[in-house]
Write a protein that binds this ligand. Structure first.
Ligand code: SAH
Length: 216
């Protein structure tokens, strides 16, 4: 990573945040280490920077949010990221989750619907030395066919229902983590068992900004 502001105070607060999410049930060491390593404050608007190490979501550009650290950790743990995994992320947003996946040495393909956010985040990730394989803007509801299939798919916005096209872009044995629901979302994992069979499991309730499907 390049030069950036990361004070001892911020590092100390970050360690406390890691302890908190550990207590809340995140046990994957690699995930905790990634949270400990990544300066979340640099992914936030400067007006919220002081709050970066609270376990809360905050507003970012274009009316979107940076997810709560616990949620990022929970989704990452469920995704069971292995070095070299080819991962499609829908909802780049601030790029914080993207940075976590990059740090875990995944090959990341990430899609953001808001062009302004896409541009801003692309620059930030470059500046910080995180390199997803590919980034684009557009409707991730349809996945990203060009590079499919993927070992894993991570959706970081609330899907009103399971997007069928996304299921089709999973490799056999591949796993998707997606919050499903309208007002609040049930964290859901899907494992592809065959061309037509999928195993579904559900976890707790979460709250995400909506996954918006563009009509075209
Ligand atoms: N992981 C991000 C989450 C941002 S919130 C972070 O922690 O910062 C979810 C993001 O999904 C928003 O930026 C929103 O613009 C984006 N989004 C919503 N619908 C989308 C779609 N159909 N395709 C791609 N991105 C979408």
């Amino acid at each position: 990573m390049m030069n950036f502001r990361d004070s001892y105070k911020q590092q100390g607060k970050r360690q406390q945040l890691v302890d908190q999410i550990h207590e809340k049930g995140i046990h994957a060491q690699k995930v905790l280490q990634a949270i400990n390593h990544i300066p979340r404050h640099l992914f936030m608007d400067s007006s919220f920077e002081d709050h970066a190490y609270q376990d809360k979501a905050f507003p970012i550009t274009s009316g979107q949010t940076i997810s709560q650290p616990y949620t990022v950790a929970f989704q990452t743990q469920l995704l069971d990221v292995q070095q070299g995994d080819k991962i499609l992320e829908i909802g780049t947003g601030s790029g914080y989750q993207t940075a976590v996946l990059c740090l875990l040495k995944a090959k990341v393909y990430t899609v953001e619907r808001q062009v302004k956010l896409y541009k801003k985040t692309k620059l930030l990730l470059e500046k910080l030395g995180f390199y997803p394989r590919q980034m684009t803007y557009g409707d991730g509801y349809k996945g990203w066919k060009e590079f499919a299939p993927y070992d894993k798919i991570l959706v970081t916005a609330g899907a009103p229902q399971l997007p069928k096209t996304l299921l089709g872009q999973l490799k056999l044995g591949g796993k998707m983590v997606i919050p499903v629901g309208e007002k609040s979302q049930v964290m859901t994992t899907i494992i592809r068992r065959s061309a037509t069979e999928f195993d579904k499991k559900t976890y707790g309730d979460f709250r995400f900004v909506p996954l918006v499907a563009d009509r075209s």
